[in-house]
Ligand binder design. Sequence first.
Ligand SMILES: [Zn+2]
Length: 509
Amino acid sequence: MKTILGKLHLRWCMDCNMPVLDKKCGICGKNTTEVKITPPADPRPAFDEDITMISKILKNQFGITLNNNGQSNIFKNKIVLINKIPGTDYMKEIMLDGILFGIIKYNEEKNTWVIMPSVDGARRIINENANKKLIVINREVIPFVLKKHASILRPGVIWASEDIEVEDDVIILVENDNNKNNDDFKDIDVLGVGRSRMSYHEIVNSEKGMVAKVRKSENPKPANILKETGAPSENIEKMIEANKEPMAKFINNSVGFMRNTIKERTNKPPVVAYSGGKDSLAVLLLAFEAFNNENINFDVIFSDTELELPETLKNIQDIEETYGINIITAKSTEFWKKLEEMGPPGRDNRWCSEVCKMKPLEKIINEKYEKGCLTFVGLRKYESMNRSKKPRIWRSPHIKKQMLSAPILNWTAMHVWIYLFMKGAPYNKLYEQCFDRVGCYMCPAMELGEMELIRNIYPDYWKKWDNFLEKYAETHNLDDNWIKSGWRWSYKQENNKNNIQDKSMGTYE
Ligand SMILES: [Zn+2]
């Protein structure tokens, strides 16, 4: 992985309890510690709503106590990061105190979110009065679990919580000297985490058999809980301070690159493609830094696909007002018309990108820039493995007159967020509602968990889409699975010869 993406940037100052994108902490000057995180390793800071969502899941699952804000004290006054793991499942790593706390996962069968805690995470969960999904084992079993990676067998189990069902994520505890009730466990009692193979009912009615498979285990020890760092706004200030050197380096590099590209490498007028997303907002701010003092003018273009959420359209206005600019809109009104004829766009047939983004954009570019233009886009290689080998300047494969350039190609989402916080930039409010990305409210690239988020927050928008799918399924003899998720694949239309696998190079996120 490392050779493809370059280094993984995320480190942690264990003294200041801050994520740092460099070897030294900008606050205390001490060396930082590498954080183990799943590639492509593109974490972002968690917002208030993320913490509320995670806390609710933990309460439902493990029965922990929440404070008056509906949040768990585990996350109180701390920087928490979220790292989306690429793949077909909706999985996100939750980091705090320089460790992996656990993974949020969308369970398709049960239509619900669950958290798979790490052992470190389980210790913190137990400290918050967890009383569900717990299995207590005999101390004599410890060496077999730790050294031989043995599963938990029925004879070793001395207590289990009544809520356990088969295939639950469970915390495995060891008995201690206290006379136990089910509400006085401590971090020191945690041996590991695993997946149950029996329900509570089966456990109490069996004398043998496997009760749980152990996923991770460690010698019981107290949780290494780092200090609280402050309320959210104070934390952001500290995170900026801790990262001032790496940020200055990244900003200077990108600003220099943009100036250089415009002055030396091309004579085309510069354009910033703004999507309403965080990455293109960072590019817009960099363009101000790069060009405003150089008397270089540039246009800002937004592609309105007709599938934008209200927050995105509001954000376009906010940006215009805050920075006193006019954003040119390339508006499409074709989607719902073409849909009847083309069928739903799929991952292997993203006609929507062509129709809703490329065509309107090409029209504007052809009209406005006789000799073409150079468009700066918010593409980043850490977003996905597919993007890791992209060049920094290239010719648009879709629009003849357009050169594309990616000034933040090497930035992670953490760089982007810290930069936006530094600048006090008006970012899209969708990010405060658990969204990792903004864009069309329905997209074949979406995962089920993302669709669930939209369905919850924008039931009307999703209903319109669902109605279409239902009607289409009826006339084309397709089943409920196709309506639920299958539409995102396998819809190559015979009449569409442009089977383009990756349109991401020409889109703006
Ligand atoms: Zn420090």
